[in-house]
Design a protein around this ligand. Structure first.
Ligand code: NDP
Length: 250
């Protein structure tokens, strides 16, 4: 399989799942724009087909100008991966409007701005893929994380609507819904979950590991391999789907 010269854009591409996807796509020839807020993180991993672009996805103007810059440098985005996200959890009765807006603004508004801006150029090409990184929290409610769950459900709704809007075109729209993946988000959540559940950090980590029926965290590259498959020749008929990668957790 080759994606030679195809321009991919991955939000949150400087770390974790996004970086694994970026490297996998660059490995088969794609030119990959990786975005995030922290320029130093992006610069550290740039090179070998990865091009850094600092932007905050929750800020519409930054996404509009950032995607335009990437398109001017590398052509229309044909693989768009809205992946940037924050995974902070609070029960509804502890969720104020500012917290709700922060999570929705990054996870859902950010995905919407990114996809809309990338679609502009993609529509002028003869092939395109939009693959949103949602979560199993987009398929079922995640206890103590209402805003996160709502934002991840929303990403799947966006993908399903797009697949209807563009039926019969060479563009497909899918979401990937991982369970617990071994990234910084999980490390940060160990502390949060241990505080919420009143257990030790070791017990909190064990809870995440045992949620996966294979009794392990998922590797970021397992998500990247699914993205590669969705960009490959065998997946043309996969459209409007929410694909779970969670070791049977849900
Ligand atoms: P990371 O924390 O490594 O990745 C999150 C990325 O999003 C970072 O690169 C971060 O970069 C970027 N980001 C966060 N906020 C913004 C913003 N406002 N604007 C631009 N970029 C932003 O964790 P993961 O790789 O695990 O997470 C990637 C995605 O996968 C998230 O959407 C997460 O919800 C989802 N996911 C993760 C799971 C897991 O268990 N790890 C499970 C299911 C889904 P920077 O801080 O520099 O902006």
């Amino acid at each position: 399989m080759t994606l030679n010269g195809k321009h991919a854009l991955i939000t949150g591409g400087g770390s974790g799942i996004g970086l694994a996807i970026a490297r996998a796509l660059a490995g088969v020839g794609a030119e990959v724009t990786i975005t995030g807020r922290r320029e130093s993180v992006l610069q550290n991993v740039a090179g070998n087909g990865l091009y850094p672009l600092a932007m905050d996805v929750s800020d519409e103007a930054q996404v509009v100008s950032g995607v335009a810059r990437a398109v001017a440098e590398r052509g229309p985005v044909q693989i768009c991966i809205p992946n940037a996200g924050i995974a902070e959890g609070r029960a509804v009765h502890k969720t104020d409007a500012a917290f709700w807006r922060k999570v929705m603004g990054t996870n859902l508004d950010g995905a919407f701005y990114t996809v809309r801006e990338c679609l502009g150029g993609m529509r002028g090409t003869d092939w395109g893929r939009v693959i949103a990184i949602s979560s199993i929290a987009g398929l079922k409610g995640l206890k103590g994380a209402a805003a996160y769950s709502a934002s991840k459900h929303g990403m799947i709704g966006l993908i399903r609507a797009l697949s209807e809007d563009y039926l019969g075109t060479p563009f497909t729209f899918n979401a990937i819904c991982p369970g617990y993946v071994d990234t910084e988000i999980v490390s940060r959540n160990v502390t949060a979950i241990s505080e919420r559940a009143g257990v030790s950090e070791d017990e909190a980590r064990a809870m995440m590991v045992s949620a996966n029926r294979h009794n392990r965290l998922i590797a970021p590259d397992e998500v990247a391999q699914a993205v590669l498959w969705l960009c490959g020749p065998g997946s043309q008929s996969i459209n409007g789907q929410a694909i779970e990668i969670a070791g049977g957790q849900f």
